[in-house]
Design a binder for this molecule. Sequence first.
Ligand SMILES: C[S@@+](CC[C@H](N)C(=O)[O-])C[C@H]1O[C@@H](n2cnc3c(N)ncnc32)[C@H](O)[C@@H]1O
Length: 272
Amino acid sequence: MTITLPAFTPLEDSLFLTLCARALDNRSAQPILGDAMADQIVRTLDYDYEKKLNISTDLRLNATLRAKKLDEVASRFLARHPNAVGLDLGAGLDTRVVRLDPPSTVDWYDVDFPAVASARERLIPARPNAHVVAADVRDSEWLDALPTGRPAVIVADGLMGFLTRDEFVSLLNRLVSHFPSGEMVFNSYTPFTIWVAHHAPGTKTVADLVKFPGFSDPHEPESWNPKLKLVEEILMSRDLAKVPSKLRWYYRLQQHSTSWSRKGTIVLHFSF
Ligand SMILES: C[S@@+](CC[C@H](N)C(=O)[O-])C[C@H]1O[C@@H](n2cnc3c(N)ncnc32)[C@H](O)[C@@H]1O
């Protein structure tokens, strides 16, 4: 059965880039994530990604490798904290909660704009203790309604680029003061990768929506809030497994230099 969704804003529409990247990954010979539900959602929506998007192998790899890294951080945290709260900010139609399959003792919150939240409810099967929050993450009311007093793991995959620096800093500060402790993991941008997002053919559909300026020093968020401590800077070029051989030489070259690796996808992992 095909489902037709109400029209999204261009910002909401950005979810199709990452969703379709994961669907194409699932159809590839050597999937990185193997997200069959992402694939099914794209088929259910009959989304014409070939006409609307320009998903290169590199974009597909970067989107799925970073999703896998974020999953790994969240999964390790949930294994250590079975009473945790999990948040996916700007969750789009990502099926992370299905991939992570947290125990019922975990409360998981997928946050996105109301139109996306209702699309999630139509397309992603409900699960006990998985909650969809219809909100703009820049507002504070939605967070006030979430439990306090429990450790939290907070994931933001593909969100940061769409916020200004002040909006992102303020969001992080609100999260850190809401929960007693936790971890935060997100894909980050340097000024160079922000420049690429503005100019690369693959991100043409979102280029005008990118507001974040980027930062080069992975420790910079520690200066935004003294409770934030960098656990790890994860550089995708260090993960060669499943990179197709035609691109492997490029990743291998990048491995020789951290600053060159930072020209690719970066995931930052913090504790607080
Ligand atoms: C590139 S998509 C990524 C979606 C999802 N995380 C994924 O990996 O497939 C960015 C998402 O952030 C959401 N978003 C952007 N700004 C937001 C805001 N201020 N509040 C809530 N969601 C926002 C968009 O609606 C979109 O779903």
